[in-house]
Design a binder for this molecule. Structure first.
Ligand code: ATP
Ligand code: MG
Ligand code: FE
Length: 353
């Protein structure tokens, strides 16, 4: 099967083409679909002017980008639309107007070409994206999903088998990076910029909160961190500029420390020996270093998406569509009337039609 995937849930338009590999239905382990090509446009430059994503502008930009990106992928892979067997699109969660663009284009293409379509959960895309890396994981594993809007620990037993072990009760990890960075006067999205600034700083310079670390709690809370950063900035006053690197390093250390410790706890509680990290914050080098070091000590394997597939992209959506179809979890449909699900918990995915 040749599967085209379209992502438009937030501020990246992504289109990709994957091909499923032939497999024996009796065989429990499915071969990972092959990524033939993908194209991506990030709206970061446009939203940077406003310090965050402007939903209306995001939708309009998706409209401008999605067909040229589709043409680019087809050109790069030397495929034509008539070769495509199924069209997958991000059905949610995300910005409603942005989701509607990808869903509308995918279903319109499907209707015009008489090809079936399949709606995909954006977080399942993130979660499965490490399967496209040179070192793909095997089920079962603990997943740390750390993106701009979500922070969850999951037990994953197979495609579509997701049990949430813990999640943030307020801000997501990416949000904690972005909001702290904004307080420090850094441009949007602050995560990677704060991480770069932190390189020259002292992570122990400021004592910042690491909440919910006691006991066997697998939930997260990052709202207090942002408040603590704001308080430090107020105290520093004119001294902020010279202390910025230290504050960035201390902020990053606090977030990474919590993510690392909670991941180790989830591994201990489940007894699993494999960790999969996914989502934009999974690109963070300090997080990778610390997880690698701690997991190596415990005989635990860690898997990550390739760096350029940590944040939103079409490849993970095409992949998730293909893996769901391959696993027989969901059928693509020729009912091209679509809906989007701006709010859609990942563990409610079975209820999807
Ligand atoms: P969601 O997937 O939950 O809907 P999203 O799609 O906006 O949210 P992603 O694209 O997965 O999130 O990730 C974006 C987030 O990752 C941003 O918050 C960004 O700051 C953060 N991020 C990206 N690179 C890094 C990095 N190197 N260090 C820390 N944070 C990073
Ligand atoms: Mg984004
Ligand atoms: Fe995302």
């Amino acid at each position: 099967l040749l599967v085209l995937g379209v992502e438009s849930s937030c501020d990246e338009t992504g289109v990709a083409l994957v091909r499923t590999q032939p497999h024996d239905l009796q065989d429990a382990t499915l071969p990972v679909p092959e990524l033939l090509g993908h194209a991506l446009h990030s709206q970061i430059d446009m939203h940077q002017l406003y310090g965050g994503v402007v939903p209306e502008l995001a939708s309009r930009d998706h409209i401008r980008r999605v067909l040229p990106l589709t043409e680019q992928v087809l050109r790069d892979t030397q495929c034509s639309l008539s070769d495509v067997d199924v069209i997958g699109y991000t059905q949610g969660p995300g910005l409603a107007g942005a989701l509607l663009v990808g869903a509308g284009v995918a279903c319109a293409l499907g209707a015009a070409l008489n090809k079936p379509v399949i709606g995909v959960h954006h977080l399942e895309g993130h979660l499965l994206s490490p399967f496209l890396s040179a070192d793909p994981p095997e089920f079962p594993f603990v997943a740390l999903l750390v993106s701009g809007g979500h922070t969850q620990l999951m037990r994953v037993d197979g495609v579509g088998q997701y049990q949430i072990l813990g999640e943030t009760i307020d801000d997501a990890a990416g949000e904690a990076f972005d909001k702290s960075a904004k307080l420090m006067g850094l441009p949007y999205p602050g995560g990677p910029i704060l991480a770069r600034l932190a390189q020259g700083g002292d992570p122990a310079a400021f004592a910042l909160p690491r909440p919910l670390l006691r006991g066997e709690n697998l939930d997260f809370s990052f709202a207090g961190l942002k408040t603590a950063v704001a308080t430090q900035i107020q105290k520093l006053g004119d001294g902020l500029e010279s202390a910025k690197r230290d504050l960035a390093a201390s902020t990053q250390a606090a977030i990474v420390d919590v993510l690392m410790k909670k991941s180790l706890l989830a591994l201990r509680l489940t007894g699993l020996k494999r960790l999969v990290v996914a989502g934009g914050v999974g690109a963070n080098q300090l997080l990778r270093e610390q997880l690698n070091a701690q997991c190596a000590k415990r005989g635990i394997r860690v898997h990550y998406p390739e760096l350029h597939l940590c944040t939103d992209n079409g490849a993970m959506i095409a992949l998730a569509a293909a893996m769901r179809l391959q696993a027989g979890l969901q059928e693509a449909t020729r009912d091209w009337s679509f809906d989007v699900r701006p709010r859609w918990p990942l563990d409610a995915i079975e209820a999807a039609s």
